[in-house]
Design a protein around this ligand. Sequence first.
Ligand code: ZN
Length: 420
Amino acid sequence: MRSWAEPYVPRLPGLGDLPSLHDTSTGTVHTTEVEGSRAGLYVCGITPYDATHLGHASTYLAFDTLLRAWRDAGVEVVYAQNTTDVDDPLLERAAATGVDWRTLADGQTDLFRSDMEHLAVVPPTHYVAVTEVVTDVADAVARLLDRGLAYPVPTDDSSAGDDLYFDVRRAERDTDWHLGLESRYDAETMARFFAERGGDPGRPGKRDSLDPLLWRAARDDEPSWPSVLGAGRPGWHIECTVIAQQHLDVPITVNGGGSDLVFPHHEMSTAHGTALTGRPYAAHHTHTGMIAYQGEKMSKSLGNLVKVSELVAAGRDPRAVRLALLSHHYRSDREWFDADLGDAEARLDRWRAWAATSHGGAVPVETPTPLLLALRAALGADLDTPSALLAVDAVVAGGASPSEVDVDAVQALLGIDLRA
Ligand code: ZN
């Protein structure tokens, strides 16, 4: 599927170090281990029906920062992202609004692309819609069935065929994966999140309440595709596993997303991936904090979404949106206040005024400047963007004219073009 336009990322003198990053499965920050200067990044994409609120945007900005830090360290990054362009919430929204589900998904995916371009997010190498890989998902589920790790659950309509579920307990016996490997949640927390986040703990016929859906057999009023399993469509977790393993080396260097994906989504993607390859799914599991607005977590169900496209349409500078989001650490749960954007615009104005005093036409120097070193140090330490922004503030406040390298460093590492 078409991705989006690549922002300009200047080359910088010297090389940064490999960044360290928080890992959910250990609860610690450690260096991202990159094999052969090549990193594989998978970040879960959106379900395209409410693109793109600031909670989503901050997640993609966090992994954009990682990608920029990796590239600055001389790493070739292969980045894959999905879009869940067929799933229950999308179909429900389409039905509720009387819009064809494909039209809804296509329009919202276009909006997402445009939002990512406005925010200068480097696009994924492979941007893949679930509807593009239905056959591949069915093949993967068939392999799990063969291995006894999947099983059928009858549907109410016997002509529809069976739904297929992943056998969590069997996977714990037969593979190196176990519940809690990634999330470290206790049983009570898992049960709660499974029910809250798209799971169906009470579905009759399941062997374990936490067994996740792999394949949903065709229903009369739902889209479906022919496959080796009969007609149907993919479950949520297996789609990401299949897309990630098609495009990235195993184990994936970093598997990422919002912290609301830790369980069940990533835990189950990891379970499926380990079962399919016999190898660990990802070396690093990294998750971003949630953003609240008006006192509640930003979510479609509460209707308190602040959208990138609406801010841009209102004439706000997308660079300021980016700065406002980067001014908090990616892992922190925080609240968005309307005044945040004004503060970021004031900061952007100060930085641009400083950049405008740069030595025009000077030959770029080949040695890193103190500001570049400060930015590398901040981002290399678990993507500490708040400290990186403060480092620029300090240099700007110092009043000295920047070199071209300073202005390039802000653009390459923080994604803020100060020359425009
Ligand atoms: Zn995913």
